[in-house]
Design a protein around this ligand. Structure first.
Ligand SMILES: [Fe+2]
Length: 276
């Protein structure tokens, strides 16, 4: 039954106008499959456009959420080195960016939001108030970004822990969440600088993200192994870090022994000013 449903999605997607990939690992529950079907149908029958881009240098995912009816789009976590790619992709899709969101003040790459604002004057940059970074709009927990003539909504959820200003964004219509570096696929962001706290990240994930419907599709800020999405249900059952107890998780994060990101000293000061 599951296999036949997945083949059907694959067929639908082959004729699709937009890039909305179906989950295909065969482990999804009935509830998760219901969400995938809903998302796919909405995308094909409605006016939604979805694209996931990857910066190969930092393995950062940038997301494009578009609306064909208004010609508007939102970018989440765009990367400076990819600005030409992102601009030409939007042109190809006949979309113009109105909002560029950073899920947090990144330490591993520079955002393109500041530079893009010089190219598209109506574009507004968004980041959390708690980040302390410059932007046109500063978001607080629970705030809703309503766009596309009121037909689309992105809900901002404060999910600190990787940094003290991290936010995740729930797309209420598409049934997905953009988790930045808080929740990654089978992992999470590091918690050892920029106001990071392993205890806080654990609480953000368990209290805010794992509280979402199990079928909610997870789009992370990075993946270093080529994976593109997961679900809340899958991560709450199988994430090898966040299914541990809090003391076990805090201990694990304390002993990761990671070296600092190469661009830390350049990226953080730049990103505090929209990347410019
Ligand atoms: Fe980060």
């Amino acid at each position: 039954m599951v296999a036949s449903k997945l083949i059907k999605y694959k067929h639908v997607l082959c004729c699709g106008l937009v890039e909305m990939n179906a989950l295909s690992n065969g482990t999804e529950s009935k509830e998760e499959l219901k969400y995938i079907k809903r998302t796919t149908n909405l995308t094909l029958n409605g006016t939604a456009v979805f694209q996931q881009f990857k910066d190969p240098i930092s393995s950062t995912y940038t997301y494009l959420l578009g609306d064909k009816a208004t010609g508007e789009c939102i970018l989440i976590d765009p990367v400076i080195e990819r600005i030409d790619h992102d601009m030409s992709k939007m042109k190809e899709l006949h979309l113009s960016p109105i909002i560029a969101i950073n899920t947090h003040c990144h330490a591993d790459h520079i955002t393109s939001t500041g530079k893009m604002k010089t190219m598209v004057p109506k574009l507004k940059s968004y980041i959390s108030k708690a980040s302390g970074a410059d932007a046109d709009i500063h978001l607080i927990h629970g705030e809703e970004i309503v766009w596309a003539n009121g037909t689309r909504t992105l809900k901002a959820i404060a999910t600190p822990g990787h940094t003290d200003g991290c936010m995740s964004f729930v797309d209420l219509e598409l049934g997905c969440v953009f988790t930045g570096d808080c929740l990654l696929i089978d992992g999470c962001g590091r918690t050892d600088f920029q106001g990071g706290s392993s205890k806080t990240l654990y609480q953000s994930v368990h209290n805010e993200l794992f509280a979402l419907d199990a079928g909610t599709i997870v789009y992370p800020g990075h993946d270093y192994k080529g994976r593109v999405r997961s679900t809340i249900g899958h991560e709450s059952k199988y994430n090898s870090r966040l299914t541990k107890t809090l003391p076990e998780y805090v201990d694990l994060m304390k002993n990761l022994g990671l070296s600092l990101p190469k661009k830390l000293d350049v990226a953080v000061p730049a990103n505090m000013k929209c990347g410019v």
